[in-house]
Design a protein around this ligand. Structure first.
Ligand code: F6R
Length: 603
């Protein structure tokens, strides 16, 4: 996904901007470009492909100066070419800009600008911004021209603009695409993602929608006053360290993910939880009788598990929808409905759009997100941070665990407002506090899972099945495998097999069956028998101490016994590792799978 980076200060700008791009590149991109300013001179270099290609070009064409900007592009409008790479420029090569977002009305704007005599060189939507700013930049200040130009624009932007004839200044603007400014003793670091700022500044300003900031060597002006907050993670947390991939590092960090999510929030004596971000809406939440959980992808599977938890233990009717569907249907909501939005990044366009729809209807909205100060956090006003730390691999793993931990806590929070007893609340939170240790035990199976991945790597198609709390885990296991290994994988509810999927089963179509010792165990065993009767290989995820399963399934990975509602937090770990080792065996680009972006900030 597109990301921007900028710097102005006393240092050499290029290494800082390039580092900013590299740190944000985990989301996937297909071209890159930088521009460096030195007095009135602006010099720009672009390249298609990886940042290394840009670096090679920069070796022959070094750029010197202490201000500038850069971008990594993930093509939406216009092919992957050097001309379409950012920065884009106006007719006079005076104004340059980098952009993250989409200009929805670019066709009309372009047509009008061409009529007015502007010449376009790229096939992108972004280039209209450069010409629009040129149109309004008539000897006045650059920030004034940007402000005027953005009035004509419909769409989304995280935008950095510079001009040769108004030098040593960067104008930054935001609407529905993240944009941050790091502040460090007379220097400013601009980026779409806080990971690019962490090594250089500890204080940041998160631009709000419609805000325009003007940054020069000794000055930062934002149209609305903002209060800096401190970054919650260190630069080390954004490095791979000894791990070959971020994904493996993030899978292995999951015991700590749970610890971080529950820290200071479990009230053992009261059998309750404290979620400070819900204090302001606690009275309103007491009156709610229906919840809608909205999210995309992996976060949506967490929501589906949350639904089971909330209905079974908090006694509130809960439904789940994918954000891209919810935003376009006409959901029936009233003052007794609360809508919970779940997003690791807090920047997913579909989820944010659904959130804005609900806010318009005046419904109580709650956010569950990882990124502090993200659009979702700011739009919802109340919610819970999952505290998982930066998740860099495109495939979400530890954030999923953070979301499930948070949903379990939310269940106790809402349940204790209703009919949940102190004993039940106490049992859930005490088991939650045991989970980090249980997760460590599951991670010890990594070598066994690596061997199983070798055995199963001869197959090209996989079923994942589960029931009740583990049905969404079947969907998540299939998603993890397909997104990073490009193998065909499907997830299904065990009870649905006989309604169609069974037709595919033969000795070449293995099934990963989630069958912990829970209330649907017997049913799952029947499903496994149905598969075995048709010659299908079965790899089971079962509870330690289960002797029967070894006789039925071909292979078994054991997880510790825990409460049924918490089993997904353990059963998902072997599936994440299975997907990881399969992808590693197949030589895939694990952290940046093809065609995918970490945070989908466009629809
Ligand atoms: C899959 C994955 C995606 C995200 C989805 C939502 O591994 O990472 O399916 O879960 O794009 O992203 P967030 O949670 O940032 O809204």
């Amino acid at each position: 996904m597109c990301r921007v980076s900028g710097y102005i200060g006393k240092k050499d700008a290029l290494p800082i901007i390039m580092d900013g791009l590299r740190r944000q590149s985990y989301g996937g991109y297909d071209s890159a470009g930088v521009l460096i300013g030195d007095g009135f001179n602006l010099a720009c270099v672009k390249a298609v492909g990886k940042l290394e290609n840009l670096e090679k070009k920069l070796e022959n064409q070094p750029l010197k100066g202490n201000w500038g900007l850069g971008q990594i592009r993930w093509a939406t409008h216009g092919a992957v070419t050097e001309i379409n790479a950012h920065p884009h420029q106006d007719c006079k090569r005076n104004i340059f800009l980098v952009h993250n977002g989409i200009i929805e009305n670019y066709r009309d704007l372009k047509e009008q600008l061409i009529k007015e005599g502007h010449t376009f060189s790229s096939g992108t939507d972004t280039e209209v911004l450069a010409h629009l700013i040129e149109k309004y930049f008539q000897g006045n200040l650059l920030e004034e021209a940007v402000r005027r130009a953005l009035k004509d624009v419909r769409g989304t932007y995280g935008l950095l603009v510079v001009a040769g004839n108004d030098p040593e200044k960067i104008v930054a603007a935001r609407l529905s695409s993240p944009l941050l400014i790091g502040i460090n003793n007379g220097e400013y670091i601009l980026a779409s993602d806080p990971t690019a700022i962490a090594p250089y500044a500890r204080r940041i300003i998160n631009l709000d929608d419609y805000e325009i900031a003007t940054v020069s060597q000794d000055d930062l002006r934002v149209i609305k006053e903002k209060i800096p907050v401190f970054l919650e993670f260190t630069a080390e947390e954004t490095e791979k360290g000894e791990c070959p991939h971020f994904m493996l590092k993030e899978i292995m960090a999951q015991p700590e993910t749970i610890e971080n999510a529950i820290r200071g929030r479990l009230l053992f004596e009261e059998g309750a939880v404290k979620l400070g971000g819900l204090d302001s809406v606690s009275a309103q939440l007491k009156k709610i009788n229906r919840l809608i959980l909205i999210a995309c992808g992996t976060a949506n599977y967490a929501a589906r598990i949350g639904k089971y938890m909330l209905e079974e233990y908090a006694g509130i009717s809960a439904e789940v929808d994918v954000a891209s569907e919810f935003r376009y249907r006409k959901p029936m909501v009233d003052e007794k409905t609360a809508v919970i939005f779940i997003s690791q990044s807090g920047e997913t366009a579909d989820t944010l759009a659904a959130l804005k729809e609900m806010k318009k209807k005046g419904v109580l909205t709650i956010g569950i997100t990882n990124v502090v100060g993200s659009s979702m956090a700011r739009e919802t006003g109340s919610g819970v941070y999952i505290r998982s730390g930066p998740e860099i691999a495109v495939a979400s793993t530890k954030a999923f665990l953070g979301q499930l931990t948070t949903l379990a806590m939310l269940t106790v929070y809402l349940g204790r407002q209703r009919n949940m007893s102190l004993v039940t609340g106490g049992r859930i939170i005490s088991e939650l506090s045991n989970l980090p240790e249980f997760a460590r035990q599951v991670l010890k199976s990594a070598p066994q899972i690596e061997k199983l991945a070798k055995k199963y790597s001869e197959f090209k198609n996989f079923w994942f099945i589960g029931r009740k709390y583990n049905f969404p885990i079947a969907l998540e296991g299939a998603l993890k495998l397909k997104e990073i290994s490009y193998l065909h994988a499907e997830g299904a509810a065990g009870g649905e097999l006989k309604h169609g999927p069974l037709a595919l089963i033969d000795e070449n179509f293995p099934t990963i069956a989630l069958c912990p010792s829970d209330s649907v165990y017997e049913k799952m065993i029947s499903n496994i028998q149905e598969i075995k009767a048709r010659g299908g290989p079965v790899l089971a995820i079962a509870t330690e101490g289960n002797k029967e399963i070894k006789e039925i399934a071909d292979d078994v990975i054991f997880i510790p016994k825990t409460l049924e509602m918490l089993t997904p937090m353990l059963s998902v770990i072997p599936l994440q590792l299975f997907a990881y080792y399969m992808a590693a065996l197949l030589g895939c680009d694990i952290d940046k799978p093809r065609n995918l972006a970490k945070s989908c900030t466009v629809e």
